[in-house]
Ligand binder design. Structure first.
Ligand SMILES: C[S@@+](CC[C@H](N)C(=O)[O-])C[C@H]1O[C@@H](n2cnc3c(N)ncnc32)[C@H](O)[C@@H]1O
Length: 176
């Protein structure tokens, strides 16, 4: 990533220290990164083994990245806050998923900035998948409110129809 690109990136997606700190603390807290996470399981059904996949907000141990690779997905990358992840921003992906990420944003503005990033990381024919677990919900947004934000930022949101959890997906076509 060259310096000018980095400056532009930082200007567009600047997250305050408190926003990063609280989001990252959720990954460190006990049980936050679950083996039974809903979204990575759906990704296994949706993606091809050679599709480029980005785990947006993968957490420090990249648990789901490792699990997908072990399941035969050959091009899986993790991204989270921290310099060690910046290389993940150098390309675009066929499928970008954010598992238990939107719910740790502190405000509607932070949710929107996070979605903008996801949108920008998609290939022109790409697909996104995002969930909104019931706990925690740091910004206090309701499920209909998050859906409306997704409609607004991503140009549409399709309900995955999971009874136990709010999960939506869409394509780049909606966001162009
Ligand atoms: C509760 S953890 C979830 C970890 C993992 N995705 C899972 O499903 O188990 C939330 C993660 O999202 C990350 N995160 C939230 N907003 C982010 C952003 N805008 N950019 C990068 N990482 C973000 C946090 O740092 C944290 O590691």
């Amino acid at each position: 990533m060259d310096d000018m690109w980095m400056v532009r990136w930082t200007a567009r997606y600047a997250f305050a220290p408190a926003e990063k700190e609280i989001a990252m603390a959720t990954a460190r807290s006990r049980g936050a990164i679950g083996a039974k996470a809903v979204v990575p399981a759906l990704v296994k059904e949706m993606a091809g083994k050679d599709d480029s996949i980005l785990d947006f907000g993968c957490g420090p141990g990249q648990r789901h990245v490792r699990a997908l690779r072990a399941a035969g997905f050959r091009d899986v990358t993790g991204y989270d806050f921290g310099e060690e992840f910046l290389g993940a921003l150098d390309r675009r992906y066929q499928l970008v998923y954010a598992s238990n990420v939107i719910n740790v944003c502190l405000s509607e503005a932070q949710v929107r900035r996070t979605l903008m990033m996801i949108k920008d990381l998609l290939r022109p024919d790409g697909t996104w998948v995002v969930n909104y677990p019931s706990d925690p919900r740091k910004a206090g947004l309701t499920v209909p409110q998050v859906r409306a934000i997704l409609e607004d930022e991503m140009g549409g949101a399709n309900d995955m129809g999971i009874k136990t959890s709010a999960v939506w997906f869409g394509t780049s076509l909606g966001v162009r």
